[in-house]
Design a protein around this ligand. Structure first.
Ligand code: FAD
Ligand code: SF4
Length: 508
């Protein structure tokens, strides 16, 4: 029967079994819609990246002989809503079946399920054939347990997929090399340029502006650099193995103002759009290491693989275990508005100015910038997690709710009260100075807690612990902090300093 099959913008998996054979009765529909450009204000590079990748994917399908209906953002028939366009097409072309791939986002999952209920023709959904686990796997795996320990989940994944394993034991005798991976980057001679694919994106940028899509951040529209095809994504993966993997773990937590990417892979966009599969990434890295063990040590490789089969897969499991409630959690009851400088980068705090400025410029920041600079500040300053989520969901090219919200509301803001993390990730200037070159160029003094130029992170850190004592003091991983606080002499002065900063966040 004449079937309409929907492919969403983050379902660009050319290896899906749907595409094994061509069939004249099947039409694949893809659409650029304001519903998706408008649920949050996205970075311009994110919108461009998605549209370019979608268009390339539609071309690949057509080249393989599949029939594709592609609705450009400015197509006259575009209703700008997912279900509006589907209804229109089904009626116009007399489709008598509708099929879709399970979305990764709760919002779209509901929308499509409701839509199918309203249809008078039969419908069916399929797995996206991307993840290593089903939506329900994590819930079942931790059944009866109070907490979802990532490390336990990760080891299970290593065994299940036989990655870096020797039978039931880890190949090198150890599961985790985190301890080896905490170096600060210092030597600019070691820097390696990222693999980029400069292309002209002016046409799409023009359409985005004409259609009045509101975006954030900037773009060099003649030189758009992100990978937007499977072939380019595979090249980024090869480049990572050959040039970056040998230092990945070592400098994973390091921040350096001279380079946004350091030894990070820049694969999140390719993975989250499904141009690459997590298993192929991990297998490629594992095999590359096997062949190059003389040059690359296990700590680098294990550190990378844990991010993909551990954290990434785990976050997806938490998302499906806890949505929709997860999006409402606010453990600390934080209510402050996000300071204006998150949208402009205009602040005297060097770490924030740089991390935000870079995010606005590149639609990218690596994990520690997200967690220990911008996220850390938002948590210390008591920003409403809804506001924090909205920022992270918009600004990064890899931001899709299932992985954004679990990282932001969970890992970074501890708004879930400890589902994802065992304690809040907060720090004073001390940690930022240890891992970056930010503090030496800063208006504020990293060593001061009080006084005119005292680093805001220092007093806000103690203010955070002090105001949340009833919620945190019992946590065995935090006890030490309260003991230190207890002994500190100038408590009231520190709190006063923090209050002053909190009243004037926009002036920092
Ligand atoms: P690399 O450092 O090279 O890591 C390799 C891959 O591992 C990444 O591509 C990613 O797929 C995976 N990975 C690494 N860390 C995580 C993690 N914590 N959770 C899930 N996968 C991970 N990642 C997103 O993909 N989308 C987001 O919207 C997102 N929002 C975040 C928000 C906050 C507050 C924080 C602290 C982290 C967030 N992350 C998010 C996780 C991580 O920061 C990015 O995946 C990473 O920076 C992407 O850059 P990369 O590809 O160079 O990563
Ligand atoms: Fe950031 Fe404080 Fe260091 Fe300045 S001194 S860069 S505000 S941590």
């Amino acid at each position: 029967s004449k079937t309409l099959r929907l492919i969403l913008g983050d379902q660009l998996n050319i290896q899906h079994s749907w595409f094994e054979k061509t069939n004249p009765d099947m039409t694949y529909v893809m659409m650029e819609i304001k519903q998706e450009t408008g649920y949050v204000r996205h970075h311009i590079q994110k919108v461009v990246g998605f549209f370019l990748a979608m268009r390339n994917f539609a071309n690949s399908l057509q080249n393989q002989g599949h029939q594709v209906a592609y609705l450009n953002l400015d197509h006259p028939d575009n209703t700008q809503s997912l279900t509006g366009n589907l209804s229109f097409l089904i009626e116009k072309e007399n489709f008598n079946r509708f099929e879709y791939l399970l979305p990764d986002e709760y919002r779209l999952d509901r929308q499509l399920a409701d839509f199918c209920k309203s249809l008078s023709i039969p419908s069916r959904h399929f797995d996206s054939e991307h993840f290593l686990t089903s939506r329900e796997f994590l819930t079942e795996f931790f059944k009866g347990k109070k907490t979802f320990l990532m490390e336990t989940f990760y080891r299970e994944m290593r065994k299940k997929y036989d990655v870096l394993m020797d039978g039931k034991e880890p190949l090198t005798g150890k599961w985790n090399y985190d301890q080896d991976n905490r170096n600060k980057f210092r030597d600019p001679l070691l820097l390696i340029a990222p693999k980029v694919f400069p292309k002209n994106a002016s046409e799409i940028v023009g359409v985005i502006h004409t259609m009045e899509v509101e975006t954030i951040g900037s773009i060099d529209e003649k030189n758009f650099e992100w990978p937007v095809t499977r072939e380019e994504s595979l090249q980024v993966l090869d480049y990572f193995c050959e040039k970056l993997l040998d230092s990945f773990g070592e400098y994973q937590d390091s921040i350096y103002t001279g380079d946004a990417f350091l030894f990070h892979s820049r694969l999140s966009f390719s993975l989250n759009t499904k141009m690459l599969s997590p298993l192929e990434v991990v297998e490629k890295v594992e095999q590359y290491w096997f062949a190059n063990q003389d040059r690359i040590n296990i700590a680098q490789v294990e550190g990378f693989i844990r991010q993909i089969i551990g954290w990434r897969e785990y976050m997806r499991g938490v998302y499906w275990a806890k949505m929709p409630e997860y999006a409402t959690l606010n453990f600390f009851g934080h209510e402050r508005k996000l300071p204006e400088f998150y949208w402009t980068g205009k602040t005297k705090m060097n770490c924030m100015r740089h991390s935000i400025g870079q995010s606005l410029e590149k639609s990218y920041a690596h994990h520690i910038q997200r967690l220990m600079v911008t996220g850390n500040f938002a948590l210390l300053a008591g920003i409403d997690p809804d506001e924090v989520d909205r920022w992270y969901l918009g600004i990064y090219i890899d931001a899709i709710e299932w992985v954004e919200i679990t990282n932001t509301r969970g890992m970074s803001q501890f708004a879930d009260g400890g589902i994802v993390g065992t304690k809040p990730y907060v720090s004073s200037a001390n940690y930022i100075d240890k891992m970056s070159d930010y503090c030496k160029g800063c208006h504020y003094d990293k060593n001061l807690k009080t006084g005119e130029n005292a680093c805001p992170f220092n007093s806000l850190y103690w203010h955070f612990y002090n105001r949340n004592e009833d919620k945190l003091a019992k946590n065995p991983r935090i006890g030490m902090a309260y003991k230190t606080w207890e002994k500190m002499k100038d408590k009231s002065k520190i709190l006063e300093q923090a209050e002053k900063y909190l009243e004037n966040l926009d002036r920092l």
